[in-house]
Design a protein around this ligand. Structure first.
Ligand code: C5P
Length: 235
């Protein structure tokens, strides 16, 4: 499959037109950014790991009835996906307190939540993706009430699937971010990627961090963490 014109370049991916009217080619890069682009770097082979890890996760959730934009894996770094309009909201689901939730509520990282928390963030780099609630989303016409219900229900379903299957591999799913897209026909799909860039994974026993926090917090052995996640999910 030939790549066409580049449509979009983000921090971690490029999106190209494809030979198919209804599909794009996503190319995963090694570039890494954190804290809304303030920290920049590169993680060797990250694009290859994230393409393959995302492919696995899309297969897992598709197998349990969740619609995603995934169509095919074209190469080490390239995925063919359905053409969608991305809904400008990031949906974060949390099982354990970490990251901005720990800071915002002054809670200790690692505290188990009694039930999963779902949060919405407005996708806006200039504003640093601020936290919003349902009434903001409705007032800003980002999505309808029904669409927000679907986003939240889907995030919780994806959480249940990934959490259960990851635990079988000795991994704790702390939190993760999903993005959703709408097709020409109006179908809402899980889009973007699901990878150590967008999830927090801890070793279930040792609580060692095996995700992008190793880059964000200069913990070292970043590439090894991505490799370890791939190894465990494919074993
Ligand atoms: O930083 P915070 O604790 O809010 O992140 C929650 C989860 O969402 C983490 O797994 C993080 O990797 C993911 N996230 C993301 N993209 C963002 C913000 C958060 O993938 N822009």
């Amino acid at each position: 499959m030939q790549k066409g014109r580049m449509m979009y370049e983000g921090k971690a991916k490029r999106v190209y037109e494809s030979e198919r009217e209804d599909a794009y080619v996503v190319e995963f890069k090694d570039d890494a950014t954190a804290f809304n682009g303030q920290k920049k770097g590169s993680i060797e082979q990250k694009g290859v790991y994230n393409n393959r890890i995302s492919t696995n996760f899309f297969h897992w959730i598709e197998a349990e009835g969740i619609a995603t934009h995934y169509l095919d894996t074209l190469s080490d770094r390239e995925m063919l996906v359905k053409r969608v309009r991305i809904i400008p909201v990031e949906v974060v689901t949390r099982n354990v307190v970490a990251g901005t939730l720990a800071t915002r509520l002054g809670m200790a990282e690692g505290t188990e939540l009694s039930r999963p928390v779902v949060e919405f963030y407005l996708k806006n780099d200039e504003l640093g993706d601020p936290l919003i609630n349902r009434s903001h989303a409705l007032a800003l016409a980002i999505a309808t009430r029904e669409q927000l219900d679907l986003l939240e229900a889907t995030a919780l379903q994806v959480n249940a699937i990934l959490r259960r299957r990851l635990l079988e591999k000795g991994l704790l799913l702390v939190d993760f971010k999903l993005e959703f897209g709408v097709t020409q026909a109006g179908e809402i799909l899980v889009a973007d990627e699901i990878s150590p860039d967008t999830c927090r994974f801890w070793d279930a026993k040792t609580k060692e961090k095996l995700d992008k926090d190793r880059f964000r917090r200069d913990l070292g052995r970043v590439e090894e963490a991505y490799q370890e996640i791939l190894r465990r999910i494919e074993e």
